[in-house]
Design a protein around this ligand. Sequence first.
Ligand SMILES: C[S@@+](CC[C@H](N)C(=O)[O-])C[C@H]1O[C@@H](n2cnc3c(N)ncnc32)[C@H](O)[C@@H]1O
Length: 201
Amino acid sequence: MSTATEDGSNGYEAVADIYVAGRGTRSPVGDSVGAAVVRAWANGFPRDATVLDLGSGPGEPSTRILQEAGLTTYAVDASPTMVAAFRERYPGVPIERNTVEASEFFNRTFSGVLAWGLLFLLDPASQALVIEKVARALKPEGRFLFTAPREPLKWLDGMTGRPSESLGGRTYEQLLRDAGLMWVADTEDEGGNHYYFVEKV
Ligand SMILES: C[S@@+](CC[C@H](N)C(=O)[O-])C[C@H]1O[C@@H](n2cnc3c(N)ncnc32)[C@H](O)[C@@H]1O
C-alpha cells in the first residue's frame, strides 16, 4: 500500500515549516547531521559535474554542500513549502516540484545522485523504481549516495508519524545489482544515519 499523500511528500508538506526552521536553516555554529559525509562525497566529483538532489527539502544542507563543491545541481521535492524555501535560498537553481517517482529530471543524465533521508519514506515498489531510474540516469562511473538503515526495518517517521521502511542491505544490494549498480562502501554519521555508497558498473 502506498503511503504517499496527495502532494506526494509522504507527510512532509504538513511539517515543512518546522523542518525548514530546523535542519533546513543553517546553524551559526557547526553543520547539520551528515554534512561531513555528503561534503566528502561531493568533493570526489570533478568541479563541472552535474548532481541531482532527490528529496532535497529546502536544499540546506545538501544542495548548499554540492554547490560549495563547485557542482552543477538539480533538485526535486514534492512538498510545495520545501520547494518555495529552496527557491528563496537558491534562485535560478533548477528544482522540480514533483515526486521522485515521476520526476522529469530522470530524462537527464547525471554524474551523481544524492538521496538523503528519502528512500525509506517510499513504499518498497517505489524504492525499487527509483533505484532503476537512478541507474538509468547515471553516466558511466556515476555515483549514487543514499541513506537508509543497514538492516531491514519498519518504523514510524519521527516527524510525520508515517510508516517508513528500510529494505535492508541485502535487498538494496540485489536491487542495485539488478539495475546495473554496485554498492561499494558504507558508513554512519554522528546521527546514526547509514549511508550506501553506490557506483554505476
Ligand atoms: C527527511 S526530508 C530530507 C530532506 C533533505 N534531503 C535533507 O537532507 O534534509 C525528506 C524530503 O523528501 C521529500 N519527499 C518525500 N517523499 C517524496 C517523494 N515521493 N518525492 C519527492 N520528494 C519527497 C519531503 O518533502 C522532504 O523534503
